[in-house]
Design a protein around this ligand. Structure first.
Ligand code: 6R9
Length: 678
């Protein structure tokens, strides 16, 4: 494939400078296109803004409704939009019951333990139906939960986690899943905010070869929540190994219920799915914002499910016969939308892997893919970089056949994209780079794989139905394809969008709409562009390149530099495995970038490598991006979910307070880096 490299440097009146290397397109194979779900170009015309909001009925029609909607979009309480108003639907029914007639013996979930010698669980749709019904009966009769109640779920990756979620949605109980790696105090904050009197946990799980006592964390979460004013009166404990006591935390009389034992009371019980209003909340998902307090993003039932089902079908290209593996954790939005709700609504087989992708070695993922004949693979740049770092040649040793791969979560550097395409996808799989957020429920920008070519480093245009726009600081709309950086917003609401922040409508309006809203009393959706909080540039071909959160953009001498630009340049150096840029305060320039890099195994830090990186940055971007310092570190400080903690690196570079780092996956590295930077 030929490579066209073009350096574009634009300086607007606002002194916004963007530098990028335009990458060549990659095209899907005729084989892929031949089988793709969406190859009809007329979708773009049908989903043009002039046809909004009616085009979204095409998505809603992918689902089974008890009663169709009266109105596609109700804007009377803008920006709290209601989708498919008046429609009656149940998410659990759509993910399970409706598949039974034709597919009851098909695998719904493959659960892979971190222990490699443990048998993989293959759960059929029929078994999922039975288990979800029995657990729903337990939630209703033992835990006394009913429609509209909130329940906090703090569980590791397991088959029981989607079973728990689907049992909640069967009853119309609003679930709030907290990522299993979150601490007791983070979990308690969410229990208090959502007023959950029931917490669901699991006794233990494997991580990096160790069986961790998870129940102990939730014991503490209950105490902290009580201090915060929310008593957990029922703690439901799933057992990782029923029969074996894998957790030694004693049960609290009257509060704790061992689910595996209690379920015996509900053997064979069936629970009618609640007929929910489309606009009833389905779940809360907390996410961090600019302030300390996490926000509970409230997602609705009909709109959300229609949106993630359509995205799974048209962008992920899931067919019922596919074996689909999304490596995210169900505790994040990616797992909700693209492990549980989307794939199951389409009757696919979805893979859930308990553990660390590189445990016990760099070949683990590819062995799982081979064993289960996975053909759609979905992961994040951070995992791709990690897999590339520890085992660049590993994928070649295994025979699996990916037709499609996804990347999500952060901008992916073209170098990393190309490794993913060549080594993991074996030059056969298409890649969709999906840009979206917890708040948005499903994708905002991506390519439609059967219709649009891929461009490394760019997510793509808005997905069908999504009409992005870039505003400058003063609220002026930048012309389409200007190549100038600004704040990317979405002009129209869409069904997957969150409905509000749980219990805090003013904050919802302030954080996401106030800045560019034309009239805060307006009932017209046109007045409410959604502020994503990301900076982006749009190339003349209409593709958006996401530069990162607005605060990730470094302003050097009045020029904006995307931290990702510099990281991407550093990654073109062969020895570099990971790179992170943080802004350092500078008297004259305002900010300067500091660059942290980790090398691939077998390479040692040297002045020569530093020089190579420096030259690569100058070559790729220009002198403007020259870093104050390039630090070669033994490892990046990372969250348990694998995101590089730039905040910690920024604090070190600026000699500030690194804060509490004990929740990081590798807190020890912070001290080492501090010593180095001085
Ligand atoms: C789905 C998810 C959202 C933020 C978002 C953006 C970044 C996500 C991206 C991406 C570039 C992509 N982000 N996907 N940046 N390219 N394909 O990750 O949700 O955890 O809420 O994060 O992640 O900055 O604003 P969430």
């Amino acid at each position: 494939m030929s490579e066209k490299t073009k350096d574009v440097v634009e300086t607007s009146e606002a002194e916004i400078a963007v530098h990028w290397q335009e990458e060549a397109y990659f095209h899907a194979s005729p084989g892929f296109i031949g089988q793709a779900n969406l190859t009809d170009e007329s979708i773009f015309e049908r989903f043009a803004l002039k046809n909004f909001p009616d085009y979204y009925t095409e998505f809603a029609e992918l689902l089974t409704w008890y009663k169709y909607w009266d109105e596609v979009l109700d804007s009377s309480d803008a920006p709290c939009f209601k989708w498919f108003k008046g429609g009656l639907i149940n998410a659990s029914y759509n993910c399970i019951d409706r598949h039974l007639k034709a597919n009851k013996n098909k695998t719904a979930i493959h659960f892979v333990s971190e222990l490699e010698d443990e048998a993989i669980q293959h759960i059929t749709y029929q078994e999922l139906y039975v288990r979800v019904n029995e657990f729903a009966a337990l939630l209703r009769d033992t835990a006394k939960l009913k429609r509209g109640d909130r329940v906090t779920i703090h569980m590791p990756m397991s088959a029981e986690l989607p079973i728990t979620m689907l049992a909640c949605s069967r009853l119309g109980v609003i679930h709030s899943v907290v990522f299993g790696g979150f601490s007791a105090s983070a979990c308690a904050d969410r229990i208090v905010d959502s007023q959950s009197r029931v917490l669901i946990t699991m006794d233990a799980y494997y991580r990096g070869g160790k069986l961790l006592n998870h129940k102990a964390v939730d014991e503490e979460a209950c105490q902290i929540a009580a201090e915060g004013g929310q008593v957990v009166d029922t703690l439901l404990v799933w057992q990782r190994y029923p029969g074996k006591n894998s957790s030694d935390t004693p049960a609290v009389e009257g509060r704790d219920i061992i689910v595996n034992d209690e379920l015996k009371k509900y053997y064979g019980v069936r629970v009618e799915p609640e007929k929910m209003l489309s606009e009833d909340p389905l779940f809360l998902m907390y996410t961090s914002g600019t302030t300390g307090k996490p926000k509970g993003c409230q997602h609705g039932t009909g709109g959300y499910l229609a949106y993630v089902t359509a995205m799974s079908k048209y962008i992920q290209d899931i067919h019922p016969e596919d074996v689909y593996w999304c490596m995210a954790d169900i505790g994040w939005i990616t797992g909700h939308s693209f492990i549980v709700y989307g794939p199951l609504a389409l009757c696919a087989s979805t893979v859930i892997y308990e553990g660390v992708p590189t445990y016990p070695d760099a070949g683990r993922c590819w062995r799982i893919a081979q064993a289960l004949d996975v053909n759609i693979f979905h992961t994040a740049p951070t995992a791709i970089r990690a897999l590339r770092k520890v085992g660049p040649d590993e994928p070649a040793k295994y025979t699996y056949n990916f037709k499609h791969m996804t990347t999500v979560g952060e901008p992916i550097e073209p170098e990393v994209w190309k490794w993913y395409q060549k080594e993991v996808g074996k030059e056969k799989a298409v890649i969709v780079d999906t840009w979206w957020q917890t708040e948005t429920g499903g994708f905002l920008c991506s390519t439609v794989p059967g219709l649009q070519p891929m461009k490394p480093g760019s997510a793509g245009p808005g997905v069908p139905g999504i009409h992005p726009v870039i505003f400058d600081e003063d609220g002026n709309e930048l012309p389409a394809g200007s190549g100038k950086a600004g704040n990317i917003c979405i002009q129209n609401p869409w069904p997957g969008m969150f409905q509000t922040i749980w219990g805090d409508r003013p904050r919802f309006v302030k954080n996401y709409f106030e800045r560019y809203c034309k009239n805060l009393d307006s009932k017209d959706w046109r007045d409410w562009p959604y502020l994503t909080g990301d900076a982006a540039v749009q190339a003349p071909d209409g593709y958006f390149r996401i530069l990162g959160r607005i605060d990730d953009v470094i302003n050097v001498s009045g020029h904006r530099l995307g931290t990702k630009e510099i990281e991407s340049a550093a990654l073109t150096v062969n020895e570099v495995a990971e790179a992170a840029v943080v802004p350092v305060a500078h008297e004259v320039k305002g900010k300067e970038p500091d660059l942290y890099v980790a090398l691939k195994p077998g390479f040692k830090a040297s002045d020569e490598i530093v020089k190579k990186i420096d030259e690569a940055i100058t070559y790729q971007i220009g002198k403007i991006a020259k870093c104050r310092k390039i630090w070669i570190v033994p490892d990046m400080p990372k969250t348990r979910s694998g995101k590089i903690m730039r905040r910690v690196l920024g604090a070190i570079s600026n000699h500030g307070d690194v804060g509490n780092v004990m929740t990081l996956a590798n807190p020890e590295v912070v001290e080492e880096i501090k010593k180095m930077v001085g």
